[in-house]
Design a protein around this ligand. Sequence first.
Ligand code: ATP
Ligand code: PAU
Length: 307
Amino acid sequence: MDDLINYYSFSKEEWKHFYNEIDLPLTQNGLRHIKAFNDRISIQDVSDIFKPLVHMIRLQKDNFDQWQTIKARFLHKRVRTVPFIIGISGSVAVGKSTTARVLEELLTNYFTGENIKLITTDGFLYSNAELKQRGIYDKKGFPESYNMAKLITFLNSVKSGVPVVQSPVYSHQSYDIIPNRFDIIDRPDVLIVEGINTLQLPSNEQIYVSDFTDFSIYMDADEQLIEKWYLERFGRLMDTAFQDPHNYYYKYAIGDRNEAFNMAKNVWETIDLPNLKANILPTRSRADMIMHKTENHIIDRLYLRKY
Ligand SMILES: Nc1ncnc2c1ncn2[C@@H]1O[C@H](COP(=O)(O)OP(=O)(O)OP(=O)(O)O)[C@@H](O)[C@H]1O
Ligand SMILES: CC(C)(CO)[C@@H](O)C(=O)NCCC(=O)O
């Protein structure tokens, strides 16, 4: 990683001193919200890593807003608020959605009066029926399993200021797209887009998801650790969500536990790990920031793109 010549590399100790004078509103309420969706998260990490990060994004967004205004005036166009889009990418189970939710919570508190929204690109997967028809049901998460044209049209509509844009919804409960269910995105100030494919180059499109993102983060960790987190999460879900008879994995929750873990390990080894190696990790060097995580999800190093 230190071979990345166009990145500054910071230990957490170094990073946490940047802009530490800002008062990040980690209110009791905000803390409660974060703990509610993940009670194992290190609040010290949230403070050390996200305080400078949120401040840096503020500076970058101010600069972005200013440039959009200057550009519109130059072109004799109406000045309007253009949504600032943050992409978060990385392996399955590395912690993208957890990071995205922390960022959403902090930006909502810190960017007073601004509308912060979060979506996941899971909603742009083809449905299970469509994946089966295309013969790629065992390739869920691979580039070809996403309707990238639809995702790009979505991002273009959001950027263009279309008032009501539909973002389709994926359910981990049914392990499928929910038909006719959408999140509505209505001209947000900031949109966080979380998904393994936010830095990928679609083979059949002329434009990329990254053409629409103004700041991108890649969550990085050793693959053995990510596998451990994948299996730990599976274990927790076995005791909770999978207990619901409507859950896709219900039969494993009520069956032999070893068999269930063998199945999960097999999914990791045959789908998610090969996808990480072939399609996700190679996109790391496109990110504006790489966050490296170690044991217990602690972020130990940050890489920030120089140019
Ligand atoms: N900072 C953290 N502290 C403690 N646990 C964490 C942290 N970040 C993530 N986790 C845990 O690691 C697991 C994977 O995290 P998460 O679900 O956010 O990953 P993801 O990258 O969004 O996965 P997927 O691509 O499958 O949606 C979860 O069990 C989550 O609770
Ligand atoms: C929905 C994705 C692709 C990404 O979040 C992932 O969680 C997934 O379901 N991967 C397929 C293999 C698996 O079940 O882990």
